[in-house]
Design a binder for this molecule. Sequence first.
Ligand SMILES: [Zn+2]
Ligand SMILES: [Zn+2]
Length: 161
Amino acid sequence: MTNAPEPCKTCGSATKITTLGSFRGEQGPVVVIVNGMPALVCDQGHKRFLYPGFADRLMDFVADAEKVAPQPPAARRGWFRKRYHCNGCDAELPAVPTKKSECVLDASFENAAPFKVVVQVALYKCEGCGREQVLTNEEVARCAPEAVAHGIRAEDIHTDR
Ligand SMILES: [Zn+2]
Ligand SMILES: [Zn+2]
């Protein structure tokens, strides 16, 4: 990082490294909330990631289901209609989630002040043994980066590719 960040690519105003508040995105069973991420913000309020690749890094950061969701996931059965069974007692799980898990990750990316990323995932509670679990790691891994992308769009943070 240099002391004088490059000017805003949208309007040409001076930018400075600013800590953003909180932004969130949701996709399928996953909600991602990004708290205090540093970004380049200009005098007109245009926001840009600190450097190229930062957004990809943020999406990759949440894409590991084993890191962001309680383990193990439910067991999947059935060929035509997928059914999910408890990973503990094998009872079929209810159709709707009962609550969300919450995992707080410390994001320490190079050349950036550390910030927090909260990942919430829908949990299904077994009516047999009470165990709470996610349905599949694949779905979590697919949806978490998409949730981040939705959050980036909602917060209107520009990316350099
Ligand atoms: Zn600007
Ligand atoms: Zn069970």
